[in-house]
Every structure is written in C-alpha cells, then in structure tokens.
Write a protein that binds this ligand. Structure first.
Ligand code: PGA
Ligand code: ZN
Length: 423
C-alpha cells in the first residue's frame, strides 16, 4: 500500500544569523514522522523563488515567517492530507500556482518537500540519501570557505568566498583534516600580516579587513603551502565572486582594487588570477543578467576552469537551459530554496548532467542545524558540495553527517574523480 501524507505542522525558528525561518514536521499514514528546517540566503539572486516574510515591522524588522508557517498549517496541510507521498511536490507546485512560488512562499513549500522526504526515509528505515538517490550515491568533494568577503563579511573586499577544494586526499576525513590545518594557518597569516580580524564571517571563514581581493588570493595560496600541501596538486582554490552585487550599468566596481571594469576587463582579470593562482573554479564571475559576458567568459576560460552559475542560474531549469543553449558556464550551483521543491531541484541536476554541466550542491549563508544537504549532495551524485567553513555548527552539522556516512557506510569519495577530471 502506498504511503500517504497525514499531517503537517510548521513553526517559526531562527537561522544561523538570528533571522526567522521555518521548521516543518510531517507525519505519514504509517506513523513515520520527521522534520526539516529551511535555509535562507543574504546575497540572493534576482531570479530566485520568493521567500515569504511577514512584512510586519514590529517583529524582526518585518522578517518574521509566521505567514509561511500558517500557509503550511492551513492550506498546504489540507491539500496534502490523504495524498500519496510521491505526489507531494507536484501538488505543492500546482497549489501555489505562481512561477516564483510567491503565493504560498518557497520557504513554506521547501520545508514541506524536505520534511515529507525525510519522513519517507524514516518509514523505510533507510538513510535519507538512499531514499533520495537518483543514481549511485557518492560522497562529494567539499568546496570549503576559508576567507569571506562581500555581503557575508561586512563588505571588507568585494569577492564573497575564497574557498579550497581539497581533492588530493584519499577520503573526506583526510580532506577535512587538511582543511582545518589550512584554516588555522590562514588565520595565523592574517594576524601576522597585521590585518584587522574580529572573528569569523557568516559562513565560518575568516572575514579580515584586507586591502584587496588579490591579497586574499595570495594569503590563501600561501596558507595551503604553510600547511604543507601542494597548491593545485592536492588543494585547489575556488572563488565565489558573487559579482552581481558590485555590478551596475555594465560596470564591475572593485573599490578595493581601485578599478572599474567592463565585462571584457573583468574576464581578463579572472583569467590573469586563475593563471597566477591555483584557481580551479569560479562562481558568478559575471553578473546574473550579463549573458553576453558569460558567453565570452566561457569561451575564454571554460576549457580549464569550472565556471559555476549561482545567481546566474538560480537553480532554475529555464535559466540553465538558456545557459546550455547559448554556451554560458559549465556548472550549476544547486540551492533547493532558489527553486522551492526537491523535485525541481533534481530536475535541474538531471538537466545539467545530461548536457555535461557539473553540479555543486550548496547551502545558504543563513543555515540551520539541519544536515539535509549532506544527504542531498550524496543522493544527486553531484560530486561536489559547498556548505561554508569548518567552524560554526550549522556548517559542521553537514560535515559531520558526511563523516558519519563515510565511516559507517563506506561510500566512495569523489576526490580522485575531481583530480582526474572525470567527475
Ligand atoms: P547566499 O550566499 O546564501 O547569501 O546567497 C551563498 C552563495 O552565494 O553561494
Ligand atoms: Zn554564490
């Protein structure tokens, strides 16, 4: 007999920045019960699905999520009661009825989608990644934030993330051990350099007051060496430029570098830095609607650097299809709440994979202690995950889940595949 949805409830909770989000609990017809918590971004893309906020300025400056919770408790719970779990996302999408989930809220929909999926895994008594799997489950290579900038670190420098990809190790456990060493060495280097450092940024990386983006690249490369690893060979660098946030009227303004650049000049800069430093991946190197620029960037660097669309694609199948059709980017950042349901998230992963685009399953800068993303990354077979740094427990919830799965279930780790280019 097929499993049916029986009951849903939702309530307001707080994310890692102390902003409201929601938690949803699902109960199925066999009594299985599970909950899921919804993440929230800060450097959001213009084309993301709509995150429903209360707008009541007397609570949390208008950021409350009681309306989203009420939508789950009322209309959504009524529509799903007695329906087969397989139809959950399809019903949610139809019920909302808007292209960007603005009526019921993508946060409401995603919470339900994830809670129901997890309740199914509880009912089947299997790990969540197995319930979600669309192919062979594999442990992803992490892309780990070491230095933060942009909107996640008070606008110190413009680029948002300076990350490492620790691919030259035999396991996730070894890769994380190396990462902790690099993170520590990096903190020491920043302090020795005399730069103001008051703690970690939104995603757990260092958020120092550096003179320029280039300094961050120099410090990160040197920190990999300080830790005793070979840059490029064992540990590569990834950038999330998040460039939409310093782009206006055709110009990219890098105040810290003292430069205002056209798309072509920005591409030159990225080409120069990825030749000078061991940069293997660049996310949002150009702005979310700079389609002609993205095409040039991909022609110029796509053969040797992974070019990831985050704000550019917003996990949206229409935008990913347009990227494929016009030769823009070669990888997709996959964020569940940019699109609003698990089903659509998997659709995007499959669309990307069918056209040779890689995927990176990603957290948001506002996260919770929910480790759902670790299972999602494994289940998609994406081979890459981006969940922030190795400090702050909303990040560690995911890393620790990956470590548990590696050590308990013995899944294959994709570090070797990244290295050999066969990911
Ligand atoms: P966000 O940032 O969650 O604040 O959007 C993450 C990213 O840009 O990758
Ligand atoms: Zn991004």
């Amino acid at each position: 007999m097929s499993l049916l949805m029986q009951q849903l409830s939702a309530w307001e909770i707080l994310d890692s920045r102390g902003r409201p989000t929601i938690e949803v609990e699902a109960v199925l017809s066999d009594g299985a019960r599970a909950s899921a918590q919804v993440p929230s971004g800060a450097s959001t893309g213009k084309h993301e699905a709509h995150e429903l906020r209360d707008g009541d300025r007397s609570r949390y400056g208008g950021l409350g999520t009681r309306r989203a919770a009420a939508n789950v408790n009322g209309e959504i719970a009524a529509a799903l009661r007695g329906q087969s779990v397989e139809r959950c996302d399809e019903i949610l999408i139809a019920l909302d009825g808007t292209p960007n989930k603005s009526r019921l809220g993508a946060n409401a929909l995603l919470g339900v989608s994830c809670a129901v999926a997890r309740a199914v895994s509880v009912s089947r008594r299997e790990p969540l990644y197995q319930t979600l799997a669309i192919g062979e489950p594999v442990l992803p290579v992490p892309m780990i934030n070491i230095i933060s900038g942009g909107l996640h670190a008070g606008g110190n420098i413009e680029f948002q993330d300076f990350l490492i990809i620790p691919h030259g190790f035999g396991s996730m456990a070894e890769a994380l051990e190396a990462t902790v060493k690099i993170h520590t060495r990096c903190g020491e280097r920043i302090r020795k350099g005399g730069y103001l450092l008051t703690g970690v940024a939104d995603e757990g990386g260092w958020g120092p007051l550096l003179p320029s983006n280039r300094h961050a690249l120099e410090i990160l490369t040197a920190s990999i060496e300080d830790a005793g690893f070979r840059p490029g060979e064992q540990v590569s660098i990834a950038l999330d430029v998040a460039s939409s946030h310093f782009y206006r009227d055709g110009i990219y303004t890098l105040q810290s570098e003292g430069r205002s650049l056209t798309s072509e000049e920005m591409i030159e800069l990225l080409a120069e830095w990825s030749a000078r430093f061991p940069v293997a991946s660049i996310e949002d190197g150009l702005a979310e609607d700079d389609w002609p620029g993205w095409r040039l960037l991909t022609e110029r660097l796509g053969g040797r650097v992974q070019l990831v669309g985050d704000d550019f694609f917003t996990t949206n199948p229409g935008r990913v299809q347009r990227g494929i059709d016009t030769g823009c980017a070669n990888a997709v950042l996959v964020k569940m709440n940019q699109i609003g349901t698990l089903r659509e998230t998997f659709d995007v992963v499959q669309l990307a994979g069918a056209h040779g685009y890689r995927c990176v399953v990603s957290a948001r800068s506002g996260e919770t202690e929910d480790s759902f993303l670790a299972d999602l990354a494994i289940a998609t077979g994406a081979g890459q995950i981006k969940i922030g740094s190795i400090t702050r427990s909303e990040r560690l919830a995911k890393y620790n889940r990956l470590l548990a799965i590696e050590q308990r279930d013995g899944l294959r780790w994709t570090g070797g595949a990244w290295r050999s280019g066969t990911l």
